[in-house]
Design a protein around this ligand. Structure first.
Ligand code: BDR
Ligand code: CA
Length: 317
């Protein structure tokens, strides 16, 4: 099995935290760097939270680069969904002692890609501000990135896509909604992009079973306790369990791409309208297709059982 080298670009976030856990514990992935960004919380909080998770699982050797404090051109909105007072489902992990990397997130992305040309996959579980800025500052990296697997968009391909919309407009997904201009740069970059949107990442069948919960309860692993608290936290607020693990889908896809069925399509990002800001518009017409829109790969269906099995295996390992 060939090991994939990844950068996790994230805004922890309870589900980003679980994505970090999954990726770091998988033998199929080598986490070269973690980059943090404004999103679920300001970047100071998301950076601290990334370090806290790494300390929780004893993986402090992975560099964490702090990234963009704001979207590219607009002010950051406030998240309508809460990840709790600490941004980690009120797990209240101890303050980290590990320092941040001296390089900021954008520098860390650029250097890591250049040091590993053609080999780095960016798992983007947050607004795309860092990745877009890296592409602007060093356009030459675009041809050196192996792929971007992103929790990004809502494409209306099934009933989950808009019913579970996370952004603050009726048809938007949070990560695109926060920084639509950044998403536009990345979608148009020509880099192979797989968008795992709400169609696959907020599926009601991505809910742990009672048996899974019992296994988490029986485990001594701190990451199992973290996930349990996250589940209790979201359930306590009337949300389904999948909310605690949305971002894990990008990691699962990197490990096992057969988990998610994808289609190719022309996609544009709405960057102006008040009502649909951040919408990822997929042109599905047979005629008059807007050929100028970039073609990306979009997740349409997911094997939920297999996803949950992988998640549980890695959390309990
Ligand atoms: C995204 O929104 C955030 O709250 C989650 O961390 C996830 O990345 C899903 O729309
Ligand atoms: Ca996230």
């Amino acid at each position: 099995m060939s090991v994939k080298k990844v950068i996790i670009d994230c805004d922890p976030g309870m589900d980003d935290s679980m994505a970090i856990v999954m990726a770091c514990k998988s033998e199929a992935l080598e986490v070269k760097a973690i980059t943090t960004v404004n999103g679920n919380y300001p970047v100071d909080v998301t950076s601290k939270n990334a370090l806290k998770v790494l300390e929780l699982i004893g993986r402090t050797g992975i560099p964490v680069g702090k990234g963009m404090p704001e979207p590219m051109v607009r002010q950051s909105p406030k998240d309508p969904f809460t990840h709790g007072k600490d941004g980690q489902a009120e797990n209240f992990l101890p303050d980290p002692v590990t320092p941040l990397c001296k390089k900021n997130a954008v520098e860390l992305i650029i250097d890591t890609v250049k040091e590993n040309p053609g080999e780095i996959y960016i798992l983007c579980t947050a607004p795309m501000s860092n990745v877009a800025m890296a592409m602007k500052q060093a356009p030459e990296i675009k041809s050196m990135i192996a792929g971007i697997y992103a929790i990004s968009g809502a494409f209306g391909l099934n009933k989950y896509a808009f019913a579970n919309a996370t952004g603050d407009t009726p048809q938007s997904e949070w990560n695109v909604y926060v920084d639509p201009e950044a998403a536009e740069i990345v979608y148009q970059s020509g880099v192979k992009l797989v968008a795992l949107g709400l169609d696959v990442a907020t599926h009601f069948d991505v809910n742990l079973t009672e048996e899974d919960i019992a296994m988490l309860e029986a485990s001594e692993k701190p990451e199992a306790k973290f996930l349990l608290q996250a589940i209790r936290f979201v359930n306590g607020r009337g949300f389904e369990t999948y909310c605690a693990v949305i971002d894990c889908m990008a990691v699962a896809y990197a490990i096992d791409p057969a988990l998610v069925e994808t289609i190719k399509g022309h996609v544009g990002i709405e960057t102006h309208s008040k009502l649909t800001l951040g919408m990822t518009v997929l042109d599905r017409r047979h005629h008059h297709v807007w050929e100028d829109l970039p073609v990306i790969e979009i997740g349409v269906a997911v094997d939920c059982e297999r996803f949950l099995k992988l998640l549980m295996q890695l959390v309990l390992a």
